[in-house]
Every structure is written in C-alpha cells, then in structure tokens.
Design a protein around this ligand. Structure first.
Ligand SMILES: Cc1ncc(COP(=O)(O)O)c(C=O)c1O
Length: 499
C-alpha cells in the first residue's frame, strides 16, 4: 500500500524545487522496487536504524562557534548611537547572563548549568535515525540520516533554548518573560520551560497561526502561558501596525515588537527570543554535538548537512561542530540552508544592518534581510516566515561556508507526505523543507551513482499543522513567490544607517 501511494509523487511535469542557481529538478523516477539495490540494502542494514547516545554522553558544555570564526558576526548596534550594544544595554531587554552569552565571541565552550542538564535528560539524547525506508523508496545509493528533535511534548528543538532561557530568568529572580511565536513551537517550548521554573509567560502569537492552530494555543495555556494574537491592540506598536496594515495576518517581526514593548514596560519581566540571536544558536549547538558524537560512533562522515532556516537556530546548532572543523581547516562539508521561496532571506535578501522587528524597537543586526517591513504571504511554515537571519549564519553564508536553496510550499508537502509514509513520523512543515532538500540531494546521487552521506535536521513534528496538511490533501495549497517588486517594497523599509 505504501508503494502504491508513492507513485502519486511521480509527476515529471511538476517543478519541485526552485534553487538560487535557477536549477529546477524533478522528482522523476522514484521507484517502487525496493529490492533493486540488493547488495546495498544488505550493507545499509548493518547500520542501526536508530543511534542513541548514553545519557551520560549528553554534552556537558555548549559549543560557541563564534570563537572559531575569523570574521565574527557583526555586533548588534544601538539604533540611536549606532555603537555596539553593551551588556548593560542588552540587560534592559534580556536576562543578564543571556546578554553576556550574546556578546561572548571568545569562549569556545560554555558549561551547561546542572539544572538545565537535568531537564535535558528528560528528552535527550535525541536519536540519530538512519532513514532506511526513505532510501529504499528513493532507490538511492545515498545514505540518509536525520537527527530527530521532535521527541518531546513541545514537539521541536525549541525546548533546547527555552529551558536555558527560562533558567537564567529564574536565576535572576524575574517574575516572568514575554516572547513571540510563529508556528507555535517556540511558544509551546517556552511555556513548558516556564512552568518547570514557575515563571509567568506571555506569548504573542502570529495571528495567522493563532487562527490556524487553536490546539497549539491550548497546549500553551495548559502549561500556564497567556497567548495573545499579534498584532493586537494591547500595545502601542500593535495598534500602529494594525493602522498601517489593516487586516494583516501578522508576522514574526510584528510579534517581536509587541513582546519587547511589553517586557520593557513591565517590572520584573524580560524578553526572550527563540531564534536569530547568538545565544540561541549557542544553546542549539547541543543538536550538532550529539549528531557528531553519534556519527563518529557509527564511523560515518557526512558529506552534506542540511537544515531548514527560519531565524537560523536549528541549522546553526546542527552545523556548529562541523563548521568549527571547517573553520579550523580540519574537514570539509557541504552545508545547505533551506528556506521557503515565499520568504527567501538568504537567497534573495540583502546583507545589511536592519531592525529585527517590524516596529523598530529592537537593536539593529547585520544579517541577510528582506526588510523589516516585509510581510510574507501566509505560508503554512509559520516558523520560517521571518524577514531576517541569524547574524552568525549570515556571516558564514557571506564568507562561503554554506550555501542556501529555496523551495516551494507544495513541493515541501510532497516531501513531507513521502517522509510520513516511509519513515512514519509526521513532520512539521518547517522541518519538511530540510526533507525536501535531502530528497533532492539523494535523487541527484541516484543520477550520479554517488554514495553520499546526507544528514538533515528533523526539527519537529507536525501534529498541530493539520490545517496545512488539509489544504495540501484537498489540492488547495498554492505556491507564492514574491516578485522583485514585492521584494523592493521590503528593501525600501531598510533604513540607510550612516555606518
Ligand atoms: C519545527 C520548527 N523547525 C524549524 C523552525 C525554524 O526556526 P529556526 O530557524 O530558528 O530553527 C521552527 C520555528 O518556529 C520550527 O517550529
């Protein structure tokens, strides 16, 4: 039955993928005969399907990639003075220790506090899975592995940083934190983390996700968070955005502005962010450290490492130790960021200083950006609808340490469907961008006969994304690619800073 379903995917006319190089590939020739590479199948079965590290092998320290970067990511600037933000300035918005982590470009390792380590034990180490069933369906000589981060109640990798940020807020004696959430995964993770440490949690949820995902909202409320659709009329910045863009479905940029405004105006509160910032990439390095340890155990050296990129935290974390080796000249890897064609910050954005939010209340960051006013079409992968990109990843991309591709929504859901039917896990739409790119790479290997080792990050599960799956299943999903004029409107919002 599975085999029969796979044939649905064979449409030689379908433009599956849009690359920044302009290359279009087709998922032609997916074969139903999984026995066609007999010897290979036997070789594959020698690798365990799942590799779990022992509990005591969970890394004891995060790896700070910035320490190994010759060209450090450009500092966050105070938009008033255009001078680098100091720890004191950042501490008005973020918790003190997180502000220090944000600025720390020198310590290669930062010890994971015991309280966080104990929490990690609830759901880590996460498995590294050898995607044998997907390989067979594709009849590829490539070996595909994925690091599965959806194996916790919040459903994604976001918990790795949420628990760290909640811990530092508690340690500082705060009452609570505010944040934004797009897909809802970050908000859920933070709600869980705040419940663990007894902190109040206010979540500004992008309106389109709030409406599409009522159950995601209820999970957050069950963990004790209050959830507000953004833009709202509860903040000054929200009211302004609503006046300028009536009927807007919101964006991460809008929600960030609201959450920051509330944090700075509320005694005993700080703002926390689930992506983009250096500190978040640091916490997510646990993904890459575990992945590398598991691959080393298996004696597998990856050729290609793939991750979806919204604000860049999972990708930054997954690739950290591998890029570290690349930066130190010890090894080489092909590293691929995958973004939606509807929100192409790396592939079509500009590398300049811009605000991290729509309301211009944050410090400015040098990053690949589509302009802080860019509001992407309501793509179902809410977590990838962000106008900017992590300054760490932006610098690495700019310096040629990684490449980027963009993929269209329907092709992403085709990949998600194939993955669900073969590997059994229902993937989050965001994660499915990485699946799409991994499949494309495996199909290229089929053409060339290369036995590449492909590793990708499966960042989360898609059980709360059933509206998106419904629209795909009903054949109603559309692809939207912004025109150059659309992008121009976003670029026009980037201030001309006199730097
Ligand atoms: C499941 C999942 N994967 C990936 C992302 C993208 O975020 P980042 O680029 O920070 O990893 C999100 C963001 O919400 C997400 O929910």
């Amino acid at each position: 039955m599975v085999i029969k379903c796979l044939w649905i995917l064979i449409d030689p006319l379908h433009p599956f993928t849009r690359y920044d190089t302009g290359l279009r590939t087709q998922m032609s020739g997916i074969r139903s005969d999984s026995r066609s590479r007999k010897g290979d199948t036997m070789a594959r079965s020698k690798t365990p399907y799942k590799t779990y590290l022992e509990e005591n092998e969970i890394p004891k320290a995060w790896y700070n990639l910035r320490a190994d970067m010759k060209n450090k990511p450009a500092p966050l600037l105070n938009p008033g003075t255009l001078k680098p933000m100091t720890a004191d300035e950042l501490s008005g918005v973020f918790c003190r220790e997180l502000a220090e982590q944000e600025l720390n470009n020198t310590d290669r390792e930062i010890a994971i506090p015991d309280e966080i380590y104990h929490f990690y034990k609830m759901y880590r180490p996460s498995p590294l899975v050898h995607a044998e069933f997907l390989e067979k369906a594709l009849d590829t000589p490539a070996h595909i592995f994925y690091k599965f981060e959806g194996n916790n109640t919040s459903g994604s990798h976001k918990l790795n940083s949420a628990i760290a940020q909640a811990y530092y807020a508690k340690k500082q004696g705060l009452k609570g934190v505010t944040t934004e959430t797009g897909a809802g995964q970050w908000g859920t993770a933070l709600s869980m983390a705040c419940a663990f440490f007894g902190l109040d949690c206010k979540v500004y949820m992008v309106k389109v996700s709030y409406e599409q995902k009522p159950f995601r909202r209820e999970v957050m409320r069950t963990y004790g968070a209050s959830v507000i659709p953004s833009p709202s009329d509860l903040t000054e910045v929200g009211r302004k955005i609503l006046a300028d863009h009536p009927g807007t479905s919101g964006s991460l940029g809008c929600a960030i502005s609201e959450a920051v405004e509330v944090a700075v105006q509320s005694e005993g509160y700080r703002y926390v962010l689930g992506s983009v910032l250096n500190q978040v990439v640091l916490h997510q390095s646990i993904i890459g450290l575990e992945t590398k340890a598991a691959l080393d155990k298996l004696g597998v050296k990856p050729d290609v490492i793939i991750g979806c990129a919204g604000g860049g935290s999972n990708l930054g974390g997954l690739i950290a130790p591998f890029v570290g080796e690349k930066l130190r000249g010890e090894a080489d890897y092909d590293i691929v960021a995958v973004e939606p064609a509807s929100c192409p910050s790396l592939t079509r954005g500009r590398y300049v200083y811009d605000f991290c939010d729509t309301g211009m209340v944050t410090p400015i960051a040098k990053m690949y950006t589509l302009g802080h006013d860019f509001i992407p079409s309501p793509n179902h992968a809410g977590g990838l609808r962000y106008h900017g990109m992590s300054p760490v990843l932006s610098q690495l991309y700019h310096d040629g340490y990684m490449r980027a591709v963009s993929v269209e929504q329907t092709s992403v859901f085709e990949a998600a469907e194939l993955f669900a039917r073969t590997e059994g896990i229902l993937p989050a739409p965001e994660s499915s961008h990485a699946i799409r790119a991994a499949i494309n790479e495996a199909l290229r290997c089929k053409e060339t006969g290369e036995e590449k080792n492909i590793v990708f990050g499966l960042t989360g599960t898609g059980y709360f994304d059933m509206k998106a799956y419904e629209s795909y299943n009903d054949g109603k999903m559309a692809d939207y690619i912004p025109t150059d004029e659309d992008l121009q409107r976003g670029f026009a919002s980037i201030p001309a800073f006199d730097l």
